[in-house]
Design a binder for this molecule. Sequence first.
Ligand code: AMP
Ligand code: MG
Length: 414
Amino acid sequence: MNTDLLSFVQAAEIVAEHARTIAAQERCVEHVPLGEARGRVLAEPIVADEDQPPFPRSTRDGYACRTAEVNTHTALPLVGATRAGDPLPPPLPAGSIRQIMTGAPVPEGADAVAMLEHVEHEDGRVRLSSLRTLESGENIVACAAQAHAGAALLAPGVRITPAQIALAALCGYARVAVYARPRVAILTTGDELVPVDVVPEPGKIRNSNAPMLAALVAAAGGKPLVLPTAADSAEALEAALSAALSVDLLLISGGVSAGTHDLVEPVLERLGARFFFTGVRIQPGKPLVFGELPRTGSFALPLFGLPGNPISSAATFRLFAEPVLAALAGAGDRGPHFVAAQLSARVKTKPGLTRFLPAQCNFASPGEGLPAVELVPWHGSGDLAAFARANCFLVVPEDVDALHPGTVVRILVF
Ligand code: AMP
Ligand code: MG
């Protein structure tokens, strides 16, 4: 085992520590219409502008009544009806019952709503069915049961979901304050790379990392800025890196392995970079670099040197760069988020590295157990055809040489 390198957990903790520092920095705020807020990070608390619900609300179509009266199963006279949207009804006179619809305000004096299906009608009077009794409070949400006026219902730092959009709408927010999306420069390196619209000459390959990383950045809430590919020369790299300093996060793909053309680290060093680690005991992605470049008059620029193999780039982005991106975005919950699944086929491996292997998890499987997961056969970390068939990374702990069917494992879903 190469003990010079950090373990996955050690490296993840270093990243999380930097993410905490970054999250505490000031960041720009912008206001977006609610319809564009999904996935953005909230920059202000969402405050209830009135009690919720603002009046005792019926949750059923039925009859507002006093439980002490209806539970005697006497037929009571009907004194009118209230529909959702009607003004508040007058108090319910003693010994009477009032028709009420779902969402309508319950009259003062009534302490429950008898469901439509649970009453019988008799000469214009209404009686609770003999088989039924009603409890005080049944089918009513009391005034302010959900929230009191002035209460903060969402704190800054949440990544806004559709449910939270609905809550903001309920509270009268047509626009919400969100943090600006972090700008993420993507610098791919390699003499072998040609753009996607070029037919590669023998020995060349299309640059697949640039669009993949751009998609990963966008999915994680960042604004990708794809830079022109840099050749494997110190001059080209230095020029490209020097031009990329005005962003919030720098992702460099390729050039971080031990080969003679892997010049990213020495060039970064020449530019004054500080490295937090330059390798992790993981597969894929072992040569991963995490550091920062100093800038005058601003925070240092956090950077990752992602190994160029596409699956290594994707895995290290999800495991390490995404939490930093989330911190730059002001998000409180930064991941990575693993979930449990059950292995359906044996995994044979070698101890010494924590592995994140492309796998297929069957979330649609019927039954009550955990979803079943198995590895996708692959030809190493450049096998994009296999990667495209996977829907998660299966985590193989560092100290095992085999995992047996039935084992509960952790996965990182794409
Ligand atoms: P490197 O990390 O530069 O040593 O590259 C490792 C492997 O990934 C090599 O086979 C490269 O050709 C491949 N590779 C590097 N960058 C890219 C890229 N942007 N798109 C696709 N493959 C890449
Ligand atoms: Mg390279």
